[in-house]
Design a protein around this ligand. Sequence first.
Ligand SMILES: CC(C)(COP(=O)(O)OP(=O)(O)OC[C@H]1O[C@@H](n2cnc3c(N)ncnc32)[C@H](O)[C@@H]1OP(=O)(O)O)[C@@H](O)C(=O)NCCC(=O)NCCS
Length: 236
Amino acid sequence: MLNDSHSSTTTTFVSDSSLVQSDDDDDKSETPVVPSKCATHMMGRLGQDPEVSTPRNDLETGGEDTDKQQRRNFVSLMEGLDLEHGIRYISYESELQMPSIMKLIQKDLSEPYSVYTYRYFIHNWPKLCFLAIDGTEMVGAIVCKLDVHKQVNRRGYIAMLAVDEKYRRKKIGSNLVLQSIKAMAAEEADEIVLETEITNKSALRLYENLGFVRDKRLFRYYLNGVDALRLKLWLK
Ligand SMILES: CC(C)(COP(=O)(O)OP(=O)(O)OC[C@H]1O[C@@H](n2cnc3c(N)ncnc32)[C@H](O)[C@@H]1OP(=O)(O)O)[C@@H](O)C(=O)NCCC(=O)NCCS
């Protein structure tokens, strides 16, 4: 258990209970924050044809060359390559990658997970785990799942996200989230949720930039006593 001084710099991505009941919307400790819809913002980023659907504001930087370059970057990114920083985005392939994934994510955990926690997510939803690679080095990872919530919604869940400290602020985290949103949208997800510590400003900004909204506050959600915010993105 960590004290408050750690809570702003460390992150518990998924509480133990999330393994069995991350979908529990009826938790009495939850407080609704701002439920609203935001699908339009995402559709531009996820659209098949960037010429048509990429939001103009994302691309408008003045010169035509810059504009074209950004469109090329966008298309490459959707194909799994970040031209600007030379980062490749790949899906999880094998258990051989597990130690690197764990090493990357554990650095920022306020409590350790066993290999079984990682395996629960990654073995069940291997196509929803994406890795950012620089050369041969793993520099970012995202781990997600997708199941049916309350027999109605297909709900995606982002369980873990981490980027190597040396590689932060290069949009690697955002790109990993975009890759996973795209994969979950392809699997007909209705919505995507995640929890993050209320003190984790970087993560909150990252997700809110991508269109997630604050849905609920979960009191003392983590073992270190810190509250969580549940963020949600509606895809339909
Ligand atoms: C949160 C984390 C994944 C962000 O990864 P990243 O690759 O640096 O993020 P990005 O470069 O995509 O940042 C996107 C936006 O998020 C916000 N952001 C990211 N890091 C930030 C920071 N340190 N301070 C303030 N805002 C930040 C900014 O708005 C940023 O956009 P900008 O650079 O144009 O201002 C990374 O800091 C990390 O691994 N943290 C520890 C683990 C963690 O907290 N995971 C999230 C658990 S839910």
